[in-house]
Design a protein around this ligand. Structure first.
Ligand SMILES: *[C@@H]1O[C@H](CO)[C@@H](O)[C@H](O)[C@H]1NC(C)=O
Ligand SMILES: *[C@@H]1O[C@H](CO)[C@@H](O)[C@H](O)[C@H]1NC(C)=O
Ligand SMILES: *[C@@H]1O[C@H](CO)[C@@H](O)[C@H](O)[C@H]1NC(C)=O
Ligand SMILES: *[C@@H]1O[C@H](CO)[C@@H](O)[C@H](O)[C@H]1NC(C)=O
Ligand SMILES: *[C@@H]1O[C@H](CO)[C@@H](O)[C@H](O)[C@H]1NC(C)=O
Ligand SMILES: *[C@@H]1O[C@H](CO)[C@@H](O)[C@H](O)[C@H]1NC(C)=O
Ligand SMILES: *[C@@H]1O[C@H](CO)[C@@H](O)[C@H](O)[C@H]1NC(C)=O
Ligand SMILES: *[C@@H]1O[C@H](CO)[C@@H](O)[C@H](O)[C@H]1NC(C)=O
Ligand SMILES: [Cu+2]
Length: 588
């Protein structure tokens, strides 16, 4: 800790800021201000949720932002820091902020998902989060965790390794921050409200974005295209965050290969590829060497949607682009046709995505506070897929009967969000009736999940949690179902990382598939892309008491109920017991 105060360290942090400043000029002043007040143990931030005006795709609208910035300000912290963040809500929507992927060890009250660990922060109110960055380093992000507000309310949360830590890859010359996102011309909260009232699909976004900009191929966007400056011969670290709302994305750079060195803020064995696959909620650090001729090259992202055809789940078909510009490159971009796009796999190439994810190997079987369980205490199988619910006000032409609404479920339970308390408060204060603790560990009855399933795809709509005893080792197999059609689902768990020990296509077969699990070097993640028409298996140890949301990171699927929560009970020791809530926890 003493090394924090050394001038060398300040210089290092200063250089880091200087090196990244071209990417998003706005955040420079903010970060400089924050670091000026840096102390080794406590890092204080103020996030104000406020409106700002933004123009994209020839239209201007008001968006919800953090501190008026989109993407929001970058938060730099260091492993071991205590982070204190005051969030003030100045908009008409209820808001919470979630620190996506931060383990929140013994600080479940600061996790942020609305009605799970706290009631929302209402207009003109504030809430101060306090948590420690325990054994974590790398790229994560914070985002709103109410409805779909995270579309514009998000920013990077970068955990620098301890000052004396040795990086498992060569030190890059500089680093860049790259957010992938989606943009609607309409107000995003109106889009989701409309979808839920009609009961059918939703209006897809009008553009994909890189650092908030659609890029050269979209109308009225050319001059605002994001530029990443590089110098020929140097190697750069790109911190890539998929902050999109409803789509997995491919990402690629013309003429340059990308070496993955970290995923979801856990180091990986280096893996070199031309195309990355990121689900929403996933982050990936890659090394890029500027080893081509001096010039400009398109960096681009496009949708990976492993559904049967693009009409079932419509998506923006135009790739978003940014420019990788070498120092000394002659011209700025004057027309989109000047530069070639990368070669992407087909929009529905599940095999490519699976090759990518199974190529990621963890650097160790130790991850932020726990080791990979070689034996498990609780084995669970969670089916995930679409479903229907009766709805008298709906008119859904695509369903068997128009008076049904689209839903999604986990083990045939479609999550019903509480409205008058958070689950964690209900648990802590012994308030009965807020939830049931009988979430099923397995489907009600087995069937061929990827074949012709049962005709009854009408789930229970309920607030159910799964109780885990402190210290239990858990294995969950997520199984996509064929209800209507297959779909990939990026499943995110709060409160802990997990090891992804296996994935495959078809119906999980314990006898055949379990022996093939990777118990040697599985990646540790916070979001797993469950293959379309397939399964993924994860393992973790329940050593963080609290109420932990688990949900599909496609916001539309969470809106439809593809979520549940784990209640991890206290253990014996002081460091195994959830402390009381902070005094200013928002009230419902
Ligand atoms: C650009 O605008 C035209 C005319 O409104 C529209 O047809 C086209 O789809 C737009 N292009 C993109 C990429 O949004
Ligand atoms: C991908 O989509 C195309 C066009 O809709 C279709 O012909 C093809 O069968 C799909 N491939 C897979 C693997 O689903
Ligand atoms: C339901 O939607 C169909 C077309 O999607 C429309 O023709 C019909 O009038 C609607 N019915 C009601 C009751 O709104
Ligand atoms: C809740 O119930 C448990 C077990 O009966 C008890 O130990 C605890 O003190 C109660 N908490 C509150 C806030 O009443
Ligand atoms: C499940 O259904 C799929 C698709 O029809 C079929 O290929 C598979 O063999 C079935 N599995 C079992 C165990 O029956
Ligand atoms: C889902 O739950 C409903 C309501 O309890 C039940 O009727 C149905 O059989 C269940 N379906 C499956 C696949 O478990
Ligand atoms: C709690 O502290 C004890 C003693 O320091 C340590 O052995 C144990 O691993 C800690 N538990 C957790 C969950 O960190
Ligand atoms: C905001 O949250 C409060 C407390 O849960 C709730 O009563 C109110 O209806 C919410 N307002 C909106 C606009 O959702
Ligand atoms: Cu999903």
């Amino acid at each position: 800790m003493a090394s924090y105060t050394s001038p060398l360290c300040i210089l290092f942090l200063g250089m880091l800021l200087w090196q990244t400043r071209e990417t998003i000029a706005q955040r420079r002043a903010y970060v400089a201000r924050e670091l000026a007040g840096y102390s080794p143990q406590i890092r204080k931030f103020h996030l104000k949720v406020q409106y700002a005006s933004a123009t994209r795709l020839c239209h201007t609208k008001s968006i919800v932002t953090i501190n008026g910035e989109f993407p929001g300000p970058v938060m730099y912290v260091r492993e071991g820091d205590t982070v204190v963040v005051k969030v003030k809500n100045k908009v008409d929507y209820n808001v919470t902020i979630h620190w996506h992927g931060v383990r929140q060890f013994l600080s479940a009250w600061s996790d942020g998902p609305s009605y799970i660990t706290q009631c929302p922060i209402q207009k003109d109110q504030s809430y101060t989060h306090k948590f420690k960055v325990v054994e974590q380093r790398g790229t994560l992000f914070y985002h709103a965790h109410v409805s779909w507000l995270r579309a514009t309310v998000h920013g990077a949360f970068i955990m620098l390794p301890k000052a004396d830590a040795v990086l498992p890859y060569p030190k890059p010359a500089a680093e860049h921050l790259l957010y992938l996102g989606e943009w609607w011309i309409d107000n995003v909260e109106d889009v989701v409200a409309e979808a839920l009232s009609v009961g059918g699909g939703y209006k897809p976004s009008d553009a994909l974005t890189i650092n908030g900009q659609p890029g050269a191929l979209y109308n009225c966007s050319l001059s605002d295209t994001t530029v990443f400056n590089v110098v020929r011969g140097k190697t750069y670290l790109f911190r890539i965050i998929n902050a999109a709302v409803n789509f997995q994305l491919y990402m690629s750079v013309v003429g340059h290969s990308l070496t993955v060195v970290e995923a979801d803020a856990e180091y990986t064995k280096p893996y070199t590829t031309n195309v990355l696959v990121l689900g929403p909620g996933q982050t990936t650090n890659v090394l890029l060497t500027a080893d081509q001729q001096v010039g400009q090259y398109l960096m681009s992202a496009t949708v990976f949607s492993p559904t049967p055809n693009p009409n079932v789940v419509p998506f923006p078909g135009t790739p978003t682009t940014a420019i990788l510009r070498y120092e000394g490159a002659k011209t700025l971009l004057s027309s989109p046709s000047e530069l070639a796009l990368p070669n992407f796999p087909a929009f529905n190439d599940s095999l490519f995505a699976s090759r990518f994810t199974t190529s990621l190997k963890g650097l160790s079987t130790y991850s932020s506070g726990f080791t990979l369980p070689q034996k498990v205490d609780k084995e669970m199988l969670f089916t995930i897929g679409y479903a229907l619910r009766p709805c008298s006000t709906c008119n859904l032409s695509t369903s068997p009967d128009p008076h049904f609404r689209l839903q999604a479920s986990v083990n045939n339970v479609s999550f019903l969000e509480p409205t008058s308390t958070s689950l964690l408060e209900a648990y802590y204060y012994n308030v009965s009736g807020a939830y049931d603790d009988d979430f099923p560990s397995n489907p009600l009855y087995p069937y061929n999940y990827t074949g012709v399933g049962p005709s009854n795809f009408f789930p229970v709509k309920a607030t159910k949690v799964k109780v885990l005893e402190f210290g239990e080792s858990v294995q969950i197999v997520f199984q996509d179902t064929s209800t209507f059609f297959f779909e990939g689902h990026p499943i995110h768990l709060h409160g802990t990382n997990f090891f992804v020990v296996g994935e495959g296509f078809g119906t999980f077969d314990a006898a055949k598939d379990t022996p093939k699990f990777n118990l040697v070097d599985p990646p540790s993640r916070n979001t797993v892309g469950v293959p379309s028409g397939g399964w993924a298996a994860i393992r973790f140890r329940a050593v963080n008491p609290g109420m932990w949301f688990m949900h599909c990171h496609f916001d539309i699927h969470t809106s439809w109920g593809m979520s549940m929560a784990f209640l991890v009970k206290n253990g014996q020791g002081v460091n195994e017991t959830l402390p009381p809530p902070p005094p200013n926890l928002p009230k419902c």
